[in-house]
Design a protein around this ligand. Sequence first.
Ligand SMILES: NC(=O)c1ccc[n+]([C@@H]2O[C@H](COP(=O)([O-])OP(=O)(O)OC[C@H]3O[C@@H](n4cnc5c(N)ncnc54)[C@H](O)[C@@H]3O)[C@@H](O)[C@H]2O)c1
Length: 355
Amino acid sequence: MDKVKIGIIGTGSISNVHIQGYKKLPNVEIVAACDINEERVKAAAEKYDIPNVFTDYNEMLNSVELDGVSVCTWNNAHAPASIAALKAGVNVLCEKPMAMNAEEAEEMLKVAEESGKLLMIGFVKRFEEKTAAVKRFIERGELGEVYYGKIGYTRRRGNPGGWFSNKELSGGGPLIDLGVHVIDQVRYVMGKPKAVSAYGATFDKIASRTDIDPTGEYVAADHSKSGEFINNVEDSAIGVIKFDNGATIFIETSWVQHVKEGQTYLELYGSHAGISLEPKLQIAGDKDEFMVNWEPVFTPNDGFGIIFDRETAHFVECIQKGIPCRCPAEDGLEVMKILDAIYKSAETGKEIDIK
Ligand SMILES: NC(=O)c1ccc[n+]([C@@H]2O[C@H](COP(=O)([O-])OP(=O)(O)OC[C@H]3O[C@@H](n4cnc5c(N)ncnc54)[C@H](O)[C@@H]3O)[C@@H](O)[C@H]2O)c1
């Protein structure tokens, strides 16, 4: 293969870090871009020197020879765009969440298997050095049997507005948007146990207030700070997930909640030691008759752009060398099943079994 030919589907905010990642790779050329917003795709093409521009991904897939695409659209287009690309014989890097729900994710996985092409999910936390460090500690048995954990991704004011808060286009609020990151991260570091059940609750206590601005720094490309926007998803969500390795994990997520400060965290407790990832990697355990705390001397290089550079580089390497993918679609489906179960539990008030 000469240069790997990449297309971008959806040229809003996150596409920038995908494009910048590809641009750093000498063996890659971005040959086409597509967005339903013509002005936006033309601006991206001009900014990044992309020769072919489309407003329909089917047309792009029919007209340009591609080895891979990044799907960076609203969540409701992840499944149809990925499926169209796979059926056209093109490898796919699909942003998180994999889909709107597990049913769509299952269909995507089936098409990927039939096509023989790669469907990689944008689980960008798997490319963090700190996530890799926790995974290594667990693999080496430093924590013993991991039986309990707490994960969270919270914001005090951080509803991204636009399509994100419109359930028809997003599938849900902070749980599917932010929770997806930490649910995948905890499964990944624990060695991908299978979730067997989940209980959850979602809340919507602040969105209806008109005296505050629920949005924060990160907003959808279409969001207008001055205009009204559809907000029919949860403000915050909590859940308890049980895995087949016996571990029970508590999760909390929010876009809008009266937390003092939003945070992303992962804490795991094992029979030998506990580990917390934020604000820095720390381990609490015991040695002889003493309780000991220790902290590796370690400054992870995990800037926002850097982890996307690693993700896009990995996608290209998978295409070129056929190496095993670090973020396979099977894992995307498992996360979607957990998200579906938490949402269903929030509706029914019951713990939901996961198959
Ligand atoms: N990995 C991360 O940390 C991270 C961060 C932000 C967003 N995301 C994900 O990336 C995706 C995009 O988010 P964003 O913040 O860039 O949103 P955005 O609103 O800024 O951009 C999305 C773009 O997709 C376009 N689009 C929608 N449907 C389309 C279709 N059918 N065909 C072509 N283009 C279409 C929109 O016009 C828009 O330009 C979402 O799935 C989101 O969850 C991931």
